[in-house]
Design a protein around this ligand. Structure first.
Ligand code: 5AD
Ligand code: SF4
Length: 437
């Protein structure tokens, strides 16, 4: 057996894809944690913002030294950056031996063979049906407690700023039988939590041969019914498809976590329209109200883009207002980054000056830090069930895990172990962590 080292960048989908890649190569390669011993070095890459790509390019240059010491090592680049830049990446980055886009992983053994013979090897063909549904992912970097299950791939939404529909292709859902089989296998191996993954999981849909349709609400219910001891999470949701029937399932099943990541992107109707998000602020707030009504202790998190094309001070204030109204428990915040090939890059001007973007970003971040702290303060004194994931970074005497709301809780180890469900009472908090007895 040869050694495979994989470095994964970007979203959770990429983490799940790297596990599929490890499985496809498992006949000839075992995963190593030591890059120096790698016969095959893979980078699974992200294109969502320019700084993600720049980081990867910097890393590729560092790899040149490693390759000098180990000339037999083959370097391959996978994922969104391969798809976006295609063969030209091979000309630009001489450390690279081959590239493969997100739908081309079944051809990796062939690409590696070609590359090892010194041929120029690439496959960036996108598929309308590939879901890797028959592949049993190798969970090479797992805590044995929590795992991702990819349930759909691609995206049809075409938000004007976003490169994903171009790098990951059209939306397609995976056969529910294979999803349930994968979840059952994880349960049998002792896993306690699965996260159902897709670029837009709420638009999951499958038609059985008998014509019966299965939507995301029915799928998540079937997974939750496998065992009350299996926690179920999901990411990411588009506000346009967060249906009452899904919210009801979350409310009705104790083991479907009370946590929804619902990216709003902006609080301004004008910006939302320009982003092609197909909802406005009122619609979004109506969905938030429905969630809060049916699941009073649900935590809600979001993604925000500041400084999108034409964003005025008033638009920015609308975003800050939206954050206060919803009271997000946490948020991922980004400065707008032009992505070649998108509608925004073609039709709109990236006209918010960098210093204005930076200032607005700071304001959004400061607001979120305060909201996160306030949200955590409301949990002090409450009791939660935590699924233990590991030891705290600070001390071997402390464990950490998450509650249903996806908040990290640190507490004294006692006799508890990784994978246990433990009842804890929160005594204090920081902006990022709840601390409990
Ligand atoms: N610039 C900045 N942020 C972006 N995102 C997607 N595309 C861009 C872009 N061009 C953000 C969105 C999305 C998250 C995954 O990344 O907020 O929800
Ligand atoms: Fe990055 Fe988007 Fe690709 Fe995930 S799907 S790796 S976030 S560009």
């Amino acid at each position: 057996m040869k050694n495979l080292y994989i470095e994964t960048y970007g979203c959770q989908m990429n983490v799940a894809d790297s596990e599929v890649v490890a499985a496809i190569l498992s006949e000839n390669y075992t995963v190593t944690t030591d890059p120096k011993s790698a016969d095959l070095f893979l980078m699974n890459t992200c294109s969502v913002r320019d700084n993600a790509e720049q980081r990867i390019r910097k890393r590729l240059r560092e790899l040149a030294a490693l390759k000098k010491k180990n000339p037999r090592m083959i370097v391959g680049l996978l994922g969104c950056m391969a798809e976006r830049l295609k063969e030209r990446l091979l000309n630009e980055e001489h450390t690279l031996d081959f590239i493969a886009g997100p739908d081309a992983y079944r051809t990796l053994p062939h690409l590696i063979q070609e590359a090892s013979e010194g041929k120029s090897a690439f496959n960036v063909i996108l598929s309308i049906q590939e879901t890797y549904d028959d592949i049993d992912p190798v969970r090479y970097d797992s805590n044995g407690v929590s795992a991702f299950i990819s349930i759909m791939r691609g995206c049809n939404n075409f938000c004007t700023y976003c490169v994903v529909p171009y790098t990951r292709g059209r939306e397609r859902s995976r056969d529910p039988k294979t999803i349930l089989h994968e979840a059952q296998q994880l349960l049998d191996k002792g896993y306690k939590e699965v996260t159902l993954l897709g670029q837009n999981v709420n638009s999951y849909h499958w038609k059985e041969d008998d014509g019966r349709a299965i939507d995301f609400a029915s799928l998540i219910e079937m997974v939750a019914q496998l065992s009350p001891k299996l926690r179920v999470r999901f990411a990411t949701s588009h506000p346009k498809d967060i249906s009452d029937s899904l919210i009801e399932k979350i409310a009705n099943y104790e083991n479907i976590c009370n946590y929804i990541h619902l990216p709003v992107q902006s609080g301004s109707d004008r910006m939302l329209k320009k982003m092609n998000r197909v909802y406005d602020g009122n619609y979004y707030l109506e969905r938030i109200a429905a969630i809060k009504k049916m699941i009073p202790d649900c935590s809600i998190t979001t993604d925000l883009i500041v400084g999108f094309c034409g964003e005025t001070e008033e638009d920015h204030q609308d975003t800050l207002k939206m954050m206060e109204t919803v009271g997000y428990s946490s948020a991922y915040m980004f400065k707008y980054s032009v992505r070649e090939g998108t509608k925004a890059a073609k039709d709109f001007e990236d006209d918010v000056p960098e210093e204005v973007k930076a200032r607005r970003f700071d304001e959004v971040m400061n607001t979120q830090q305060r909201l996160s702290l306030e949200s955590n303060q409301q949990d002090v004194g409450k009791t939660f069930t935590v699924l233990v994931e590991g030891f705290s970074k600070r001390s071997e005497e402390q464990l950490f895990g998450r509650n249903s709301q996806n908040k990290v809780i640190v507490f004294p180890k006692g006799n508890h172990q990784i994978g246990d469900y433990v009842e804890v009472t929160v005594t204090r908090c920081t902006q990022a962590t709840l601390i409990a007895d």
